[in-house]
Each structure stands twice: as structure tokens, then as C-alpha cells.
Design a protein around this ligand. Structure first.
Ligand SMILES: Nc1ncnc2c1ncn2[C@@H]1O[C@H](COP(=O)(O)OP(=O)(O)OP(=O)(O)O)[C@@H](O)[C@H]1O
Ligand SMILES: [Mg+2]
Length: 256
């Protein structure tokens, strides 16, 4: 299968104006992601995970190296890369439906097509009945589901997610993880998912890439060969799940 997203020798150095010094956030990251793969990047706080995602999103430029998506070099943001942030990325003055419809409207799609897309994604993320609510009228988990629907409605080539479930409670988080795996498997979405939660990464992914502490370098790249669809009830008793988790924990924390 062809590589959809390729990072070659990507480094990022920031200049810290307070300390008057350079901060090397990422050092020589090379990574290829195939179409339809769900890849998580994990690593300790400050290792450059968000930096990497921002570079892929085109929100910032690498100091060295380059990133291509579908063979085209990333030089700025684009509709082919949809981003879901830790904080809910919804327009507060628009309803759920209007938020989801936002991208298709920007594209200039006719009203009937926009309505069909909106309906499909409302149902896909389980927000039927909440179409006309504003973000402040939704729970945290619902807001995050709406944010996922809003991005998927743009039909992105790759979905970029930066700790999207960090702000929701543990039970909601597990439900959102189960829903996300079901949705992305169904849509065959290519996903680059950032988290510092090892179990979340194993649960969701086809592959987990672990970064070292700053400057982030790749210290492990592990295929997760667990059956789908995945449910937490099954994972809790699966020795393979525990083995992947323990191996990644050793890689990140350097324990043997
Ligand atoms: N705009 C910036 N200017 C200067 N330094 C920055 C800037 N953005 C990030 N950094 C530094 O780069 C390093 C990596 O930051 P980044 O946000 O990518 O880490 P992270 O892995 O996402 O951490 P976390 O898990 O806490 O979200 C940190 O040391 C951070 O202080
Ligand atoms: Mg971050």
C-alpha cells in the first residue's frame, strides 16, 4: 500500500525569547503512514508531540526536513488535513448542525447535499436530537463528538487529533474511544492521533510510535495486532493488550 503521509528528517527548533536560547523540540523524525492506518504518537509531556502535529497541519514550518501528504509537500494548512484539538474546536455561536455544515458550506456544496452530509455525521457520532443545540448546551463528550463530526464532514485525507479526549471524564473517554475506532474503521479514515496515555494509544491504533523526552526522537514503532472492532470489556482481559502496553511503557520510561 502507498504511503499517504511521509515525514523525512523533520526537526523543529524554537527560539525561547525569555531564556534567549534555542529549544530543540523535535530531532530528525522520519515516519511514513499508509492510507487507512490509525497511528498514535505517544511520549512524555514536552517531547514535541503537538509540535509534530502542527507541522503536519501546516500551522508551523519545520526547521529541517519535510512533510508530504498524498505526495504534496505541506506548506500551509489545507482541507486535506482535518484537525481536532484538545479544546473543543466548535464555533460557539453556531448549533451542532451548523458547525458540522460549516466545511461543506465553505466548499460551496448545494443545500440538499449539505443537509445530507450533516445528517449522516450527526447520526454517525450519535448526536441525533441535538442538531439545534449550541455548544454550551452540550456535555463535554458531546462537544467532542460534534468536533469530530465537524472535521469528518470535510472528508479530510487524514484526520489529525491532538489529545482530543484529555478533557473528558474517564467513562466518557472510554465510550468516545470505542466510538472513534468504530467510526474511523467504517469511514476508513487515516488518523494521526496524539496522546500521552499508553492504553488509549494501544486501544485505538494499528500502530504506535513512541517518542523520547525532549528533543523528541522515535524510540519505538510498534504494530498493534489486535482484532477489531475493539471494546474495552474485551481488552481488559486480553493478554496481548497488556503485553503491548507493557512494552511501550518500558520504551518510554526506559525500564527493563
Ligand atoms: N512556540 C513555541 N516557542 C518556544 N518553545 C516552544 C513553542 N512551542 C512549543 N515549545 C517547546 O517545545 C517543546 C515541545 O512542545 P510540545 O507542545 O510540542 O510538546 P508536547 O509533547 O505536545 O507536550 P504535552 O504532552 O505537554 O502536550 C516544549 O519544550 C515546549 O516548551
Ligand atoms: Mg501537546
Amino acid at each position: 500500500m502507498t504511503d499517504l503521509l511521509v515525514a523525512s528528517g523533520v526537526s523543529k527548533t524554537y527560539f525561547d525569547t525569555v531564556a534567549n536560547d534555542n529549544v530543540v523540540a523535535l530531532d530528525g523524525i522520519s515516519l511514513s503512514i499508509r492510507a487507512h492506518q490509525f497511528v498514535s504518537v505517544i511520549g512524555p509531556s514536552g517531547c514535541g508531540k503537538s509540535t509534530f502535529l502542527r507541522l503536519v497541519a501546516g500551522l508551523d514550518r519545520p526547521t529541517a526536513g519535510e512533510i508530504t501528504v498524498s505526495g504534496r509537500k505541506v506548506t500551509g494548512p489545507g482541507a486535506d488535513r482535518g484537525m481536532v484539538f484538545q479544546e473543543y474546536a466548535l464555533l460557539p455561536w453556531k448549533t451542532t448542525a451548523a458547525n458540522i455544515e460549516f466545511g461543506p458550506r465553505l466548499k460551496g456544496l448545494p443545500a440538499a447535499e449539505r443537509a445530507a452530509i450533516t445528517q449522516r455525521f450527526v447520526e454517525l457520532v450519535g448526536l441525533k436530537g441535538f442538531e439545534n443545540k449550541y455548544p454550551h448546551q452540550l456535555s463535554g463528550g458531546m462537544r467532542q463528538r460534534a468536533a469530530v463530526a465537524r472535521v469528518l464532514a470535510n472528508n479530510p485525507t487524514v484526520l489529525l487529533m491532538d489529545e482530543p479526549f484529555a478533557a473528558v471524564d474517564a467513562m466518557t473517554r472510554q465510550r468516545l474511544q470505542e466510538e472513534l475506532t468504530a467510526i474511523t474503521a467504517h469511514e476508513r479514515t487515516t488518523v494521526l492521533f496524539i496522546t500521552h496515555a499508553i492504553e488509549e494509544a494501544v486501544f485505538l491504533s494499528d500502530r504506535v510510535v513512541a517518542l523520547s523526552g525532549r528533543p523528541g526522537r522515535i524510540v519505538a514503532d510498534l504494530e498493534i495486532d489486535l482484532p477489531r472492532p475493539r471494546r474495552w470489556d474485551d481488552m481488559a482481559n486480553d493478554p496481548r493488550f497488556a503485553a503491548y502496553r507493557d512494552e511501550l511503557t518500558r520504551c518510554i520510561h526506559g525500564k527493563s
